[in-house]
Design a binder for this molecule. Structure first.
Ligand SMILES: [Fe+2]
Length: 203
């Protein structure tokens, strides 16, 4: 369905900035070329506590991606924020503080059969427990800082420009400490299956 969404300009600006960041990053571009089959779809806005935290966030420093960070902030006011783990036992605190909205894919402003893309936001001092999914995934840290954990690998502390690759069904987790984090997340292959929690130790 083609649309006359008054927020379309926000999404188009965000898409332009994301495309530049994506195509300029060799690892991300090698993981998944930016979609060449994009369609447009309406976004039904949905806000929750993480959207309000995100809107008030002051700690997302970024020496590489200030423009794409700011475009995600603007679109965050009209996005459909996800409640990925609503029906799990992950807990109310996590649900209230873990932020995610889609850019390309279900609930996002764009469609593609080749990739899905989200923004993930975590405030300081939040633990995102171990989870996995069939899709292969790459995180590109846009702002702030977080520790990325992958089953079988050393932990990585990433800032803007750092990536974390997660193979199909490879358990992974995240932790923020003194800073919040904003990351651009791309999935390829098998993105019809949502993540499932796998549990594991808290670092
Ligand atoms: Fe993941």
């Amino acid at each position: 369905m083609l649309v006359s969404d008054p927020n379309r300009i926000l999404w188009d600006v965000l898409l332009r900035e994301v495309r530049i960041a994506h195509e300029d990053h060799p690892e991300l571009n090698a993981f998944c070329p930016f979609a060449d089959d994009l369609g447009a779809q309406n976004v039904l806005p949905f806000r929750g506590p993480p959207a309000d935290l995100f809107a008030a966030e002051q700690g997302l420093f970024s020496d590489i991606y200030p423009k794409v960070r700011d475009a995600f902030f603007v679109a965050g006011t009209v996005a459909q924020w996800r409640e990925t783990y609503k029906d799990t036992d992950i807990g109310a605190d996590f649900m209230d503080r873990f932020g995610c909205y889609c850019l390309i894919g279900e609930g996002g402003a764009f469609t593609s059969a080749k990739m899905a893309a989200w923004i993930v936001y975590m405030p300081a001092g939040l633990y995102y427990t171990w989870h996995q999914h069939p899709a292969e995934e790459m995180y590109l840290t846009l702002a702030g800082e977080a520790t990325f954990m992958r089953d079988g690998c050393e932990n990585n502390v990433l800032r803007a420009g750092g990536t974390s690759f997660h193979a199909s069904n490879q358990p992974h987790a995240m932790q923020t400490h003194d800073h919040p984090v904003m990351a651009y997340v791309v999935w390829r292959n098998g993105f019809d299956s949502p993540p499932i929690l796998t549990g594991g130790e808290v670092i």
